[in-house]
Design a protein around this ligand. Structure first.
Ligand code: FMN
Length: 415
């Protein structure tokens, strides 16, 4: 059959393929909510492109068997050195998206971090997973509302609390404004009208969304009049800024491990250690908050050097391949979190898509280790990478942003 190759179904080989599949299934406003970043998206782009600046120095003639990817984080053993990051509103992407993602993480032997801004109740998510789940806290709704959620998380069996400290106010995600997110979630149907074409052009998504009950609320943010509605989220975030002083009451309420997410400097890392954090996550929120901030891979060595092993160091941002994970581990991370990489999978095919994203990164990790001539994660050597001048040793140099337009071209490529 001469045309067999031409009619073969497209294969999902990498995360970019899942991203394209997500683009095809989701309305523009939902795709851009996941895919986009703050302002000019410089940090979003450089989070990804910074990995290209770090080059491998492999060892040849090493016969390594399939490497073990086991890792211990906060005393818990995971089969993989990456966990699923907290991502708000994944229920918009796929029906009960949080349950699907947590189930896929558990099946792969890794952990899932549930966002405060999830569309599914924390009890339901935990009940759907026999794996490790952590709960990410925003103080939306105020201290009493957050306390109630933390107490629920403890009772439901979440084993760590992740406090995100980089969201004093929501970043300006320009794509969301242009796509009319605020209008689409408004009660007045006339305000939605100019934007509904995006929704109608994705009937498959629309049917599943309606079947899942339509616009989600936030069942883990229970206000006096019930779960917080979607339209209230930006104002609620702004009114509920977390400060170091909050650590005191949170520590009194939560006796388990506390993870501080959103650390980018030695100064904040020191503070997190002083406050008794069991781990920090070097993160710039996937380039969604302060644009122009370091790509996280550049901030990682500074934070790792500052904490000097007193707390565990995790990182996230820009991870799209297993080789990116290896580079982050070599620069001081014990494990990483993946955000968009799994959400593209979720958007494309629900739990099966998340499993595919995990499978891709796992296969990448195995292949990278074997090609590096490294039999296991524990045997990774700093000399297996070469860093550009000014990178890593000590304080990171200012970031070199990727050329403008890079991601725009990539986005064009998914049409
Ligand atoms: C759509 C979206 C929603 C997010 N929501 C949250 C959230 O509710 N809480 C939080 O701590 N981080 C949130 N993040 C940030 C992620 O936890 C993580 O830091 C980021 O996605 C990592 O970058 P990556 O997507 O390039 O992997 C969100 C990220 C995305 C893409």
């Amino acid at each position: 059959m001469p045309h067999a190759a031409a009619v073969a179904p497209p294969r999902v080989l990498n995360i970019a393929d899942l991203r394209r599949a997500a683009f095809r299934r989701l309305p523009r406003a939902v795709f851009d909510y996941v895919d986009g970043g703050a302002e000019a998206e410089n940090t979003l782009r450089s989070n990804v492109s910074v990995f290209d600046e770090v080059l491998f120095r492999p060892r040849g003639a090493v016969a390594s068997p399939r490497a073990s990817l086991d890792t211990v984080v906060l005393g818990q053993r995971f089969s993989l050195p990456f966990l699923l990051a907290p991502v708000g509103s994944t229920r918009l992407v796929w029906p009960r998206g949080e349950v699907e993602a947590a189930g896929a993480a558990a099946a792969a032997g890794t952990g899932y971090i549930l966002s405060t801004l999830a569309g599914t109740s924390l009890e339901e998510v935990k009940a759907g997973s026999d794996g490790v789940c952590w709960y990410q806290v925003y103080l939306v709704g105020g201290r009493e509302v957050a306390s109630a959620a933390i107490e629920r998380a403890r009772r439901a069996g979440y084993s760590a609390l992740v406090l995100t400290v980089d969201t004093a106010i929501s970043g300006l995600r320009e794509r969301d404004y242009r796509n009319g997110i605020a209008q689409l979630v408004a009660a007045n149907p006339f305000r939605k009208l100019p934007y509904v074409w995006q929704i109608l052009s994705r009937p498959g998504w629309l049917l599943s969304y309606l079947g899942d009950g339509g616009l989600m609320r936030f069942p883990n943010v229970v206000l006096p009049d019930g779960p917080m509605g979607y339209a209230a989220v930006a104002a609620a975030l702004e009114q509920s800024v977390v400060s170091w002083a909050d650590l005191k009451w949170i520590r009194e309420l939560w006796k388990g491990p506390l993870v501080i997410k959103g650390i980018l400097t030695a100064e904040d890392a020191e503070r997190a250690v002083d406050e008794g954090a069991a781990a920090v996550v070097v993160s710039n929120h996937g380039g969604r908050q302060l644009d122009g901030v370091f790509p996280t891979l550049r901030a990682l060595p500074e934070v790792a050097a500052a904490v000097r092993g007193r707390t565990e160091v995790l990182m996230d941002g820009g991870i799209r391949r297993g080789s990116d994970i290896v580079k982050a581990l070599l620069l001081g991370a014990r494990a990483v979190l993946i955000g968009r990489a799994y959400v593209y999978g979720l958007a494309a095919a629900g739990g099966a898509g998340v499993s595919r994203a995990i499978e891709i990164l796992t296969a990448d990790l195995n292949r990278t280790l074997r090609l590096l001539g490294c039999p296991s994660l524990a045997e990774l050597q700093p000399s297996m990478i070469e860093l550009p001048e000014g990178f890593a040793r000590g304080r990171p140099a200012p970031s070199r942003a990727a050329p403008a337009g890079e991601l725009v071209e990539e986005a064009a490529d998914v049409h």
